[in-house]
Design a protein around this ligand. Structure first.
Ligand code: C2E
Ligand code: MG
Ligand code: MG
Length: 723
């Protein structure tokens, strides 16, 4: 073997290797180097065979060119390099000597190869182009078909849709509508396209609908949804659920608007009839409490500055009697007739609702007290004519409570409670008339309501406490002969309350019974502890007893039990009773007084001189003393004041009392002048701020301790502010 020009072995393998080196990388043929050489070795052998052949047929070399192309050796430089390397190597492979014949053969062989290659390449290129062309064509057809299909789909949707669709430009001109929209509105498509969106305004449209629309056409929002009513061609109303969307162009600028409308008229109608049912009284057809409450709250939501609001609460007098005697059907018919009359009394700013049973309420907003009074007058006049119901001719009257307040100064709840209280007052003051709101009365009533509601728990919650006020002998040196227990209530919301504010109420409700029991037990326990500390110098305990307590069948037993429990001697207890409590015909209270007296308890008449005083009657009762009411002293605060009548009555009372063996206590001594007078008329004991204000048990203890070291031999100096 000889070595070839490329340093490899001579022979076909060497040529194939040289060929492979020359064309490697010129075409995109996915062959590894070894595979490439093997492929080219086959072609080399075929070419060698052509050159050697006894019958030289260069046309066979054409096939090698064709095969090279079909094997994708189609790079721009592939053929050139192939011819170069084969032109150099092939002759050596055939014969060491290069004869002219061999050269001619070589040229024709390589020429045929090149021709085959070129022809095949052209063919392949044409096919390739055709394929691309076909693919492009196919793609275009497909896209067009798709577009067509989507356009068709859109059209079908637009025409077949159950919801109405309209397309408009940005000036609001309606460009196209679908059949559903024409059916919904009763306009033809032609009539529609002559319209502008602005023709679709309904006078009751919420103002923000058109603000949303403006935002949309200006491109500030892409869509909005709302519930809106329109007029149909025949003038009737159609309610729609409306969605408007903005269509932008390629640059994002607003282009068209598309409106989609769903007919919700039925639903809205259903909803409003359900609402009507929920907000109206089925019997009279008047607005009910729920609607009234809604209107009342609405009046507070957008209050006019300094605007006033008025309520007129009305309750029929004696309606229950009519209902009970004539039957519910007559009662119902009466309510219907009355409701009609009441409704006819309202002005445009007034509105009447049925609250419950025979209670109606007028809401007036805005309102003045004058307008409210006029309304009440109209109502009373309207009810004054008898109402004929079948065989019955019924006369009704009503009580009315009027409240007129500045909106900013009140709340719906406050207003309602004021109306309730005012109506209650109208009822209590004699029916068939109206009463106007009174601040003080209402506040008092409210406090009473709060108090009676909170009273039951207050004892257990420790809200009550006692103060003690000294009772001072007016002759002799003792500083304090007794103390009066006085009840106070530290209320969680109303603050510190004095007995004048709540004792009357506790008597009405009966709460005084357990409360009085608590007072007695607490005071007795306190008195017992003073006894333990101060012995005989401990004060007599004086406790107030309400008339209602005296009626309690077991009062005596309870007093006895408390005394036993606390260990207080009955002789160290005094009970204060009012004149009204003892001046009674029933035997119960008198028997109780006798029993208490037998037990050894002292009994005195409190606030004597304010009521129906009957001293001769008193003389028959087991009473030990009188407490002269503080009002006797009001005229004689200073030495210059002369109140001869009062002084005369006082001195007469004192001598009469003494004549009956009763001690006399003067209440409400505030000044030295008063002290001098009560002393001069012969009162035995004094009580008042001049000596001491009611104070804590500790203050009494310290007073007792202090006086054990010094005896009171002079009268105390008059305190600065009478206390
Ligand atoms: P009352 O029994 O006549 O009690 C005396 C009232 O006069 C007390 O009023 C006392 O604080 C007041 N007072 C004392 N000194 C003076 C004074 O110098 N000037 C003036 N202006 N007032 C003075 P308070 O504590 O407000 O009690 C009022 C009334 O409430 C009592 O009048 C009594 O009737 C009743 N009360 C007090 N505690 C109880 C109780 O536990 N049970 C019952 N049923 N009633 C009570
Ligand atoms: Mg008293
Ligand atoms: Mg009194």
């Amino acid at each position: 073997m000889t070595r070839g020009p490329h340093g490899g072995h001579e022979g076909p393998e060497g040529v194939a290797r040289a060929w492979a080196d020359a064309i490697a990388g010129t075409s995109f043929v996915p062959l590894k180097p070894g595979e490439l050489v093997a492929c080219l070795l086959g072609h080399t052998r075929r070419l060698a065979a052509i050159l050697h052949g006894s019958e030289f047929d260069p046309a066979q070399a054409r096939d090698v060119g064709v095969d090279l192309v079909s094997a994708h050796f189609t790079g721009a430089e592939t053929l050139g390099r192939t011819l170069d390397v084969l032109g150099e190597c092939l002759p050596l492979l055939v014969d060491a000597r290069v004869t002219p014949d061999a050269t001619r053969r070589l040229c024709r062989t390589l020429g045929a190869l090149a021709a085959g290659y070129a022809a095949a390449l052209r063919e392949a290129t044409i096919i390739e182009q055709e394929e691309i062309g076909r693919a492009v064509l196919l793609a275009r057809c497909e896209a067009e078909a798709k577009l067509l299909a989507s356009e068709k789909r859109f059209r079908a949707m637009f025409t077949e849709a159950a919801i109405g669709i309209g397309i408009g430009d940005l000036d609001g001109r309606i460009l196209e509508v679908n059949p559903a929209l024409t059916r919904m509105f009763g306009h033809s498509a032609g009539q529609f396209t002559g319209l502008n969106v602005s023709d679709m305004v309904h006078p009751d449209d919420a103002p923000d609908v058109w603000r949303l629309y403006e935002d949309l056409v200006l491109g500030r929002r892409d869509d909005f949804r709302t519930e809106k009513r329109f007029f149909r061609a025949d003038g009737s109303i159609i309610w729609t659920h409306l969605t408007v969307s903005l269509v932008r162009d390629e640059d994002g600028a607003p282009h068209y608007q598309v409106a989609m409308l769903e007919d919700v008229t039925e639903r809205v109608r259903l909803q409003s009839s359900v609402e009507h049912l929920a907000y109206h009284d089925p019997l009279t057809g008047l607005p009910n409490r729920a609607l009234f409450t809604q209107r009342l709250e609405a009046a507070f939501e957008t209050p006019i500055q300094f605007g006033r609001i008025g309520l007129c609460l009305l309750d029929l007098d004696g309606f229950k009697r009519i209902n009970d005697s004539l039957g519910h059907h007559v009662g119902d018919a009466l309510l219907v007739a009355i409701a009609e009359r009441l409704a006819s009394c309202c002005t445009a700013q007034q509105f009447v609702a049925r609250m419950s049973g025979d209670e109606f309420i007028f809401l007036a907003s805005p309102s003045t007290l004058r307008q409210l009074r006029e309304l009440a007058e109209r109502v009373l006049a309207a009810l004054s004519t008898p109402i004929s119901l079948g065989a019955h001719e019924l006369r009704v009257s009503a009580s009315l409570g009027l409240v007129d307040r500045e909106v900013a100064q009140t709340t719906p709840a406050d207003l309602m409670s004021a109306a309730d209280i005012t109506l209650y007052r109208a009822k209590r003051d004699g029916k068939g008339h109206y009463v106007a709101f009174d601040r003080e009365y209402t506040d008092r009533e409210r406090a009473r309501i709060t108090m009676s509601a909170t009273m039951p728990r207050a004892i257990d919650d420790g809200e009550f406490f006692l103060e003690y006020q000294p009772l001072v002998p007016l002759c002799g040196a003792a500083a304090m002969s007794g103390v009066e227990a006085l009840l106070r209530w530290r209320h969680p919301t109303l603050g510190l309350l004095g007995p004048d504010q709540f004792v009357g109420l506790t008597e009405e409700t009966g709460a005084i019974v357990p409360l009085g029991r608590w007072v007695l037990a607490t005071a007795c326990a306190q008195a017992r502890s003073w006894r333990a500390e101060f012995g005989d110098r401990a004060p007599l305990l004086s406790v107030n007893l309400a008339p209602r307590q005296l009626e309690e069948p077991d009062l005596v037993g309870e007093v006895a039990a408390i005394l036993a429990d606390t260990g207080l001697d009955p002789a160290h207890l005094q009970l204060e009773l009012t004149e009204q409590a003892v001046m009674r015909d029933e035997p119960g209270p008198i028997d109780a007084l006798r029993a208490l007296d037998r037990m050894g308890v002292r009994l005195v008449i409190d606030d004597f001189g304010t009521g129906y005083s009957n001293l001769s009657y008193l003389s028959r009762l087991p009473v030990h003393g009188l407490k002269l009411d503080a009002s006797f002293l009001t005229q004689i605060r200073t030495p210059e004041n002369t109140a001869h009548d009062d002084e005369l009555i006082m001195s007469t009372l004192v001598s009469l009392a003494h004549g009956l063996g009763l001690t006399v206590t003067a209440e409400g001594i505030e000044t030295r002048a008063q002290l001098v007078r009560v002393r001069s008329v012969g009162c035995d004991v004094g009580q008042g701020w001049y000596f001491a204000r009611p104070g804590t048990p500790e203050s009494i203890s310290s007073e007792l301790r202090a006086s054990s070291s010094t005896t009171r031999d002079a009268l105390p100096a008059e305190p600065g502010a009478a206390g």
